[in-house]
Design a protein around this ligand. Structure first.
Ligand code: SF4
Length: 466
């Protein structure tokens, strides 16, 4: 819930052999990707001749009002891309909303991107020296400018060339007036799946729930380092980069929807396994297991199953508060947690295992422990289904600035004291690997960045600014 790492973006692409209500389908898909970015949303549609983009700050339901949807309903539309955004690079300004578009020798191109390029600043500098003009402050524009620069190459070849030059963790969809392309970095850090519509059309999406909502059947994941595109109705593929799969562990720990399956691994069962391993690694003498809603539910089920301690509804979440912007006094911050959560009477007199998926700053965890104690909990044992977050993410997740990460400056015992718990334990790195069951990026826990990291000065600057 609150005080969580934040996903940067969700992306979506659609191509159909015949006209479809493309704008409506993309809007539906974006609803299923809303959790991946709540600050801005955008849709681009084309009918082979015209290309229209509508985007703005706000939730999908706010941005796509009837006026905007009307503008997107162009005659004969058969392809488009969509985006939900939470900004980690480029500030939260309207012109940073995506899809971004450029006019180039290849005609008009539009792009939507999830993740970060760790060498974006260097490439941006090179492009500026060659006369490129940038309209935004986000690094997505770097990719589209790179593609546009290779005037003599086809769109597919130019995109493959840009993939070879860019480093980092990213999933991208892009389009011209005729086709849609989708790609994933060599480590497959950010997810991207392929679906098929009944009419033979193709859908690309950050997560599988978007496919289901759009009426598409899951076909497969885009492979790490793969570029796919639609040509004469067929899905074409080029393995541009050597695949070295290390997808983001946080997708399974927290980000991806509970009904999603990424790289063949379903998220909710993986969360249950994390809870089971956590119960083996860090047992507790207790009467009840209570999840922090909604983020701790899967792991709490697993913890309860493995420990035999019953799961109960110890915290109620008020679903109607939406995004609150109450800031910044101490009392008001407390109120922010109380607005969203309340302890139920089942915790009175009981020893509670409180399960959540992660701790970022630690402030929210402390307030939840306090809520349980006020409701009469006899003991509160906090169990976290991921290791302590100690390092920043350079692949599109806002883990907060390093100095704000409580685990980068405090030991587990110090965090326990800070949050006022009777005991505190985190899942181990090997526990995460065991629960997910495949190779994963764990860089925010161990500082080992599988897809590279920004050069020293850029990194220092980012850390200082953060
Ligand atoms: S550093 Fe952490 S949040 Fe970022 S991609 Fe790796 S596992 Fe995910």
């Amino acid at each position: 819930m609150m005080d969580k790492p934040r996903e940067e973006c969700g992306v979506l692409g659609l191509w159909s052999p015949e006209p479809l209500p493309v704008a409506e389908l993309l809007q539906l898909g974006l609803f299923a990707l809303q959790h991946r970015g709540q600050e801005a949303a955008g849709i681009c549609v084309s009918n082979g001749k015209d290309l229209v983009i509508e985007k703005d700050l706000g939730l999908v339901s706010q941005v796509f009002d009837e006026t905007r949807m009307q503008r997107l309903r162009i005659q004969g539309a058969n392809l488009g891309i969509g985006h939900t955004r939470y900004s980690t690079t480029g500030s939260n300004l309207r012109f940073n909303a995506q899809p971004l578009s450029v006019r180039s020798s290849k005609g008009i191109l539009a792009i939507a991107h999830n993740g970060n390029f760790v060498n974006a600043l260097q490439i941006r500098q090179q492009l500026l020296e060659h006369g490129a003009v940038f309209q935004t402050t986000n690094d997505t524009e770097v990719m589209i400018n790179l593609i546009a620069r290779y005037a003599r190459l086809s769109l597919v070849e130019a995109t493959a060339r840009a993939m070879r030059e860019l480093k980092g963790g990213f999933s991208v969809v892009l389009m011209d007036r005729q086709t849609v392309l989708a790609l994933r970095d060599g480590n497959g850090v950010r997810p991207l799946v392929i679906g098929r519509l009944e009419n033979g059309g193709w859908v690309f999406a950050s997560e599988t729930p978007a496919l289901a909502l759009m009426g598409a059947r899951f076909v497969r994941d885009v492979r790490p380092g793969e570029l796919v595109w639609v040509e004469s109705g067929e899905l074409c593929s080029m393995q541009v980069l050597e695949p070295r799969p290390t997808p983001c562990a946080f997708e399974w720990i927290y980000f991806a929807r509970a009904d999603a399956t990424l790289d063949g691994i379903a998220t909710h069962p993986a969360r249950i396994r994390m809870g089971e391993v956590l119960a083996q690694e860090a047992p507790a003498e207790a009467d009840l297991v209570v999840p922090v809603p909604d983020s701790g539910i899967g792991a709490a089920i697993g913890y309860s199953r493995a420990s035999g301690i019953p799961l109960d509804y110890g915290l109620h979440k008020n679903p109607y508060t939406g995004r609150t912007f109450i800031q910044p006094t101490q009392e008001m911050r407390d109120l922010k947690v109380r607005l969203k959560l309340a302890a139920t009477p089942v915790v009175a007199g009981r020893r509670v295992v409180l399960v959540d998926d992660s701790i970022v700053r630690g402030t929210t965890s402390g307030r939840i422990v306090q809520l349980l104690r006020e409701a009469g909990a006899a003991e509160v044992h906090v169990r976290i289904s991921s290791p302590p977050i100690k390092f920043p993410c350079y692949y599109g997740i806002d883990t907060a600035a390093r100095k704000e990460l409580v685990a980068s400056t405090h030991s587990v015992e110090e965090i326990r004291q800070l949050i006022g718990a009777d005991s505190l334990a985190f899942l181990s790195e090997s526990g995460v690997r065991q629960a997910i069951g495949g190779p994963v990026c764990l860089a925010c826990f161990n500082g080992q960045y599988p897809a590279g990291q920004p050069e020293e000065e850029v990194r220092k600057e980012a850390l200082e600014q953060a």
